[in-house]
Design a protein around this ligand. Structure first.
Ligand code: TRP
Length: 330
C-alpha cells in the first residue's frame, strides 16, 4: 500500500480552495492509501511566531476541518508537527546539505516573503522547506497531494531524499507530488486566488446563508450589463466555480451564458445551491465531532502513531549517518 502524507498550516480555517485543491483528493485517496495528515503548527509559527495562541486554536479547527471534509479518523493518522520530535531532528540533519541559495531561489518562499513584507527573513522561515521535507520523509511517504504552489517545496523534498540516499545509503523513497486538476480556485472578487488574507473565501464552516450571500456578491463578466447580454464564461468567476464544483452542468451553463438566456443571478443561485449541497454533510460531520475532547483524542492517537514511524525512520537515519553511538534509536 502506498503511503500518503499531506497537510496544512493552521493559520486559519480551511476554505473551498483547500477543498478543491487538496482535501477532496485526500478523502478519495484514503481508501487506497495509508494516509498521514500533518497539522503543520511549527510551519505556521514561522510567519506567526508572535501569536502562538492563534496557531493553537486553529490547529484544532484545521483537524476538525479535515475530519468534517470526510477523512476517517479511524483509518487516517492526523497529527501535530510540533509533537513529533523526529521531524525536528531530521530538519537539523537535512539542513546539512541544503544550501542557502537553493532556499533563497524557491519561488514560493519569494512570493510569501513579499506577501508578508519581509525585508529580511528568519532562519526558520527561509528553512521551512527543509522542515517540510522532514514532515514528508519522517514517515517515508510515497505520495504528497498538494496544490501547485507547493511544487517548489516538493523539489526540495525530492532533492533531500535523493541526496541523503547518495551520501549515506538508501533510506528514503523519492516522494511524488500529486497535483489536483483544480489547483487554483479564483477568489469571489474575481482575479486573485482565494485566500483568507484577501477576504474572498468561502469556508467549510460557513453556514448556508453566509454561503449564499458570498456567492451572490461574486464578480461575474463585467461586460454583461443587462440580463440577456451575451456572456463570456471564460472571464467569469462564477463559471470557474461551476467548473470546480458542478462539472455536470457546465456545458449547459456555458451555452446559455453565451446565448444570454440565463442571467447571472440565476446562475449564482444555482451555484449557491450546489455548494450548500456539498457542504451539508461536511457541516453534519463537524457537528458530530465538535465535542470537548474528541478532536484532542484523535490528534493524540494520530501523533502517537506518527512518533512510532519517526522512531523507526530515525533508527535507519542514525545508522546510515554513523551517529548510532549507543546502538541506534533516538
Ligand atoms: N506548506 C503547506 C501549505 O502551506 C503545508 C504543509 C506543511 C505540507 N507540511 C507539509 C503540505 C507536508 C504537504 C506535505 O499548504
Amino acid at each position: 500500500m502506498e503511503r500518503i502524507l499531506t497537510g496544512d498550516r493552521p493559520t486559519g480555517p480551511l476554505h473551498l480552495g483547500h477543498y478543491a485543491g487538496s482535501l477532496r483528493n485526500r478523502v478519495k485517496l484514503q481508501d487506497t492509501c495509508d494516509t498521514f495528515i500533518i497539522i503543520a503548527d511549527v510551519q505556521g509559527l514561522t510567519t506567526h511566531w508572535e501569536t502562538p495562541e492563534m496557531i493553537k486554536v486553529h490547529s484544532r479547527e484545521v483537524a476538525l476541518d479535515n475530519i468534517a471534509a470526510g477523512l476517517d479518523p479511524e483509518r487516517v493518522r492526523i497529527f501535530l508537527q510540533s509533537m513529533v520530535p523526529q521531524i525536528a531532528e531530521l530538519t537539523v540533519f537535512f539542513g546539512l546539505f541544503v544550501t542557502v541559495n537553493r532556499l533563497r531561489h524557491n519561488p514560493t518562499i519569494k512570493t510569501e516573503a513579499r506577501q508578508y513584507g519581509y525585508t529580511d527573513m528568519t532562519y526558520g522561515f527561509l528553512g521551512y522547506p527543509v522542515s517540510q521535507a522532514a514532515d514528508i520523509l519522517f514517515c517515508r511517504a510515497d505520495l504528497v497531494p498538494v496544490g501547485e504552489d507547493q511544487l517548489p517545496h516538493m523539489e526540495v523534498t525530492r532533492f533531500v531524499a535523493r541526496r541523503f540516499n547518495e551520501l549515506y545509503g538508501p533510506v528514503f523513497p523519492e516522494p511524488k507530488a500529486l497535483v489536483s486538476e483544480v489547483s487554483r480556485l479564483a477568489g469571489l472578487d474575481g482575479g486573485a486566488k482565494m485566500s483568507k488574507s484577501l477576504g474572498n473565501a468561502i469556508y467549510l464552516k460557513d453556514g448556508p446563508e453566509e454561503v449564499s450571500a458570498k456567492v451572490m456578491s461574486a464578480v461575474t463578466d463585467p461586460a454583461r450589463i443587462r440580463k440577456n447580454d451575451p456572456g463570456h464564461p471564460e472571464v467569469c468567476t462564477v463559471f470557474s466555480w461551476h467548473k470546480a464544483f458542478n462539472p455536470g452542468e457546465v456545458p449547459e451553463i456555458e451555452t446559455s451564458c453565451r446565448a444570454g438566456s440565463i442571467g447571472c443571478v440565476a446562475c449564482k443561485k444555482n451555484l449557491a445551491a450546489v455548494l450548500n449541497r456539498l457542504l451539508d454533510p461536511i457541516r453534519e460531520r463537524r457537528a458530530a465531532y465538535d465535542r470537548p475532547g474528541v478532536v484532542e483524542e484523535i490528534l493524540g492517537a494520530g501523533t502517537g502513531a506518527a512518533r512510532l514511524e519517526g522512531e523507526a525512520t530515525m533508527e535507519k537515519v542514525r545508522e546510515a549517518m554513523k551517529i548510532d553511538y549507543f546502538g541506534g534509536g533516538s
